[in-house]
Design a protein around this ligand. Structure first.
Ligand code: AMP
Length: 573
């Protein structure tokens, strides 16, 4: 394996159209999984790669597929088939394909349950290059004879462990059997349980094994750094960062983003909100770079927002905080980033903002680095208020220590004739406080819960139990008005409804079959499905009340384990 810093996208021999798309997206260098997987896939070899969401795995298989597409006239039948567990991922992969393939006029078609089949049929007839499908819907099309797979050259099984967990094994086998045996088969999975090896033995030919986390990282390299993470949705990240910075009041911070565009956007937004931020990325020239660093050193900027590439070799003593605006794509990168603080025994803080779907890679980072990363609750408006008052108090203590207060003495003494001194002090504190603090905008930002069960192999064992092997959680006041969101079926409000189907153990129903059917047909996420009880002849599943009708309709129109269930809403208990 080569060192990440040595490999550029140009070294990967991707065609010009792809290089152009990547640089316009602001990607500066391949992530480890891209560096390791792309050359293997370009050779045409079968491969199985262990990589979670957040590692850059989508581009790792999308780019080699796009490389294959002929320019000019293409056959109407698809060249590549990508199978994914959920509708959400289906759309994400399809969008990524479009982004990377924009100069190749790639024709991608996402096909998933719950979407009108007519549109899919029309597009398939017109001709597509890449089909991205959930297994259930792919099987429907194969049975109808509307998805021709005889020209398929590459099949990707994305999130293979999830697909098996959702009960799609038979569907996958049927789909693979419908493709040419000469195809290249590529499997991506966050975990590698033995079920994955079984399918690999049957359908992959001498696969290369790729592990994005294989580079060893020395344990405990960053002892003086306090490491925390916050679970927050993408939409709330910038607001959350503002709150965290206000609570932490760092001396100097470096915020890491993945791409140039993200660096530029975040820098602008932060400046708009009154922080003094400067951008650093591969497109910033040397003299500008030196100016930015000098600003941070002299205190005329509080934050540098940077990509990994631009931050290489940066050595700034003043830095107290490192923020990962996204979870880094690999443990090595995490360790490099946080190594910028806590030097020479000084204290430092590393903060990571993670979306729920990035929870697994966060866990991997914790395991591989041996570092403790504590999941904190986002500061609430009340926390912020308390912190600001503390800072006003500190400022007053400092002012009291100084001996230049005489010019104010006359004011206080004359007010003392009519007012109580405590009242005067209160009014003065208020003015001082308001002079440095504007109102706190917005409401509390919700903490997102990580997906149920950190490890998908246990995912459906007991759906009510939170994963035991999760990162450490640290609640300041658990459940006390922190907007805590439970990840049971109520999805953060609106109640739970129980839906019953008339199939149970006797029909061979397993929890994953029910979750799979609901997710596939309604587009709900697996984690929105609550507890599942399976008795001999019936199954009861908890779902958010607002989705109960959709779930009943979906379950009544699908097949589970080859049977057509009847579903109904159960009355409240
Ligand atoms: P994935 O693991 O495929 O879900 O990708 C995670 C995120 O990383 C996505 O938002 C991608 O757009 C982004 N990404 C993928 N590859 C790179 C790269 N080489 N440089 C910067 N960002 C990337």
């Amino acid at each position: 394996m080569t060192d990440a810093a040595d490999v550029t996208f140009a070294d990967l021999n991707l065609r010009d159209e792809l290089q152009r798309a990547l640089s316009s997206l602001g990607y500066e260098e391949p992530t480890p999984i891209q560096r390791d997987a792309i050359p293997v896939l370009l050779e045409g070899r079968d491969a199985m790669a262990q990589a979670a969401t957040g590692t850059g795995k989508t581009a790792a298989f999308a780019l080699p597929i796009l490389q294959l597409l002929e320019s000019g006239h293409r056959a109407p039948e698809p060249t590549a088939l990508i199978l994914v567990p959920t509708r959400e991922l289906c759309m994400q992969v399809s969008e990524a394909m479009h982004r990377y393939g924009r100069d190749l006029n790639v024709r991608c078609l996402p096909i998933y349950g719950g979407q009108p089949i007519v549109r899919q049929l029309r597009e398939l007839k017109r001709g597509v290059d890449v089909v991205i499908a959930t297994p259930g819907r792919a099987v429907d099309h194969i049975k109808r004879g509307t998805l021709a797979l005889d020209r398929v050259r590459v099949v990707v099984l994305d999130e293979a462990d999830e697909m098996l967990d959702m009960g799609f094994q038979e569907d996958l086998e049927m789909i693979l059997d419908a493709t040419p045996t000469s195809r290249q088969t590529v499997l991506f999975s966050a975990t590698m349980p033995s079920r994955i090896n079984n399918i690999a033995r049957k359908y992959l030919n001498n696969p290369a094994r790729i592990q994005s986390e294989s580079a060893p990282v020395a344990h405990g390299e960053s002892p003086a750094v306090r490491q925390t993470a916050y679970m927050v949705s993408r939409a709330n990240k910038t607001a959350a960062l503002g709150r965290i910075l206000d609570i932490e009041s760092p001396v100097a911070t470096i915020v890491f983003c993945r791409t140039r565009d993200e660096v530029n956007t975040l820098t602008e937004t932060l400046n708009g909100r009154g922080y003094r931020a400067a951008a650093l990325h591969g497109g910033v020239d040397q003299s500008q770079r030196e100016r930015v660093i000098a600003r941070l050193r002299s205190g005329s900027a509080d934050l540098i927002v940077a990509t990994d590439v631009a931050a290489r070799g940066l050595d700034i003593d003043q830095l107290t905080h490192v923020v990962n605006f996204d979870v880094p794509s690999a443990p090595e990168s995490y360790v490099h980033r946080i190594g910028r603080v806590g030097r020479a025994g000084r204290a430092g803080v590393a903060i990571t903002l993670a979306e729920p779907r990035e929870h697994r890679i966060l866990k991997t980072i914790q395991r591989v680095t041996g570092n403790d990363i504590i999941i904190e609750k986002l500061p609430t408006v009340a926390d912020l208020q308390t912190r600001r008052l503390e800072m006003t108090r500190e400022a007053l203590v400092e002012a009291l220590a100084a001996d230049d207060l005489d010019m104010f003495r006359g004011v206080v003494e004359s007010l003392g004739d009519e007012h109580d001194f405590v009242e005067i002090a209160l009014a003065a504190v208020r003015l001082a406080h308001e002079a440095t603090n504007g109102p706190i905008g917005g409401d509390d930002i919700p903490d997102e819960a990580p997906p149920v069960g950190g490890d998908s192999s246990k995912k459906h064992g007991d759906r009510k139990e939170h994963g035991k092997d999760r990162l450490k959680h640290h609640g300041k006041e658990p459940g006390k008005g922190h907007g805590k969101k439970s990840h049971s079926a109520d999805g953060g409000g609106g109640g739970i409804t129980r839906v019953q189907i008339n199939l149970g153990k006797e029909a061979g129903i397993r929890p994953q079959d029910v979750v799979g059917a609901i997710a596939n047909e309604t587009g709900m996420k697996g984690r929105e499905v609550g507890g599942i009880e399976i008795s001999d002849r019936f199954t009861v599943v908890e779902v958010p009340s607002k989705r109960a009708k959709d779930v009943v309709a979906a379950l009544s129109s699908t097949h589970i384990r080859g049977r057509k269930p009847k579903a109904r809403v159960l009355p409240d208990r």
